[in-house]
Design a protein around this ligand. Structure first.
Ligand SMILES: N[C@@H](CCC(=O)N[C@@H](CS)C(=O)NCC(=O)O)C(=O)O
Length: 262
């Protein structure tokens, strides 16, 4: 039996849902409210000491870290395969699939927080906000959360986060110069899965100008949205978040453009 602890708008949880959908696997879903702090419950910390979603539980055993969960699912449920058979291609696939773990995920958290999520945090009671920040176990993540909520787009790490995001998109655009539909070629793999939620987040935030001059990436994202497994994102959209992104995204994008052009 498969169980997934997730959140509807969490980028890394979406990655796991994409794999489940691609393989037509059913999982019992446990939805967490990350603003209210469900992730800090002592019983959940036994499954995932990092106090984050997603966590997959397969036949009673927990697997954490979305990139690892995606590979785990592909090994445990091989059809259809989401890793190339060729070992060199597989290494390239892993390189792309791990881009979020090498800074893109933190950049996405930063951008999402300073543009939009800060408004959700600021709507919490002072006690709930304090708890959410103080119980974030990793000190660096805690400090970024605190400053991002306080300063928004003026937080000092925003330019770096934008450049990390831009660098990841540049790598995708360059890679797609091979003229094939997916990052590794003709086969959709965990590389495409891993980056899909991060490109989607930019689109939701009205930051799609980041690929205005990246036609191959733009075409890839069109193909991604046309795939049946994209329902794992589309069907989980929290419209309250989209409303927030619509309200604050365009103004933030104007500031982001100036930062990226500097
Ligand atoms: N490297 C982890 C990152 C997990 C993560 O940061 N999850 C976010 C949602 S995308 C979360 O649960 N945040 C809760 C919090 O910051 O308190 C993974 O890929 O699984």
């Amino acid at each position: 039996m498969l169980e997934l602890y997730h959140n509807d708008m969490s980028v890394c949880a979406a990655k796991v849902r994409l794999v489940l959908a691609e393989k037509n696997l059913e999982a019992k879903l446990h939805h967490f409210n990350l603003r209210k702090g469900d992730q800090f419950a002592p019983d959940y910390l036994k499954l995932n000491p990092n106090a984050v979603v997603p966590t997959l539980v397969h036949d009673g055993r927990a697997v954490i870290e979305s990139t690892l969960i995606a590979e785990y699912l592909d090994e445990a449920f091989p059809a259809p395969p989401l890793r190339p058979a060729d070992l060199a291609d597989r290494a390239v696939m892993r390189m792309f699939a791990s881009i979020p773990d090498q800074g893109l995920h933190a950049a996405c958290g930063t951008i999402s927080t300073v543009v939009a999520f800060r408004h959700q945090f600021l709507a919490l009671s002072p006690e709930e906000l304090k708890r959410n920040i103080e119980e974030t176990p990793d000190a660096a993540r805690r400090e970024r959360k605190r400053l991002g909520i306080e300063k928004g787009m003026d937080a000092p790490f925003v330019p770096d986060a934008l450049r990390v995001y831009d660098g990841a998109l540049a790598r995708m655009e360059t890679r797609l110069a091979h003229g094939k539909p997916w990052l590794i070629g003709d086969r959709y793999t965990l590389a495409d899965v891993g980056l899909t939620p991060y490109v989607t987040r930019l689109a939701h935030l009205h930051f799609d100008g980041m690929w205005a001059r990246r036609p191959r990436l733009a075409a890839w994202y069109e193909r991604i949205q046309a795939r049946p497994n994209y329902r794992a994102i589309r069907d989980f959209i929290n419209w309250g978040y989209i409303e927030l992104f619509d309200k604050h995204g365009p103004e933030a994008w104007r500031k982001a453009q100036a930062i990226l052009a500097a």
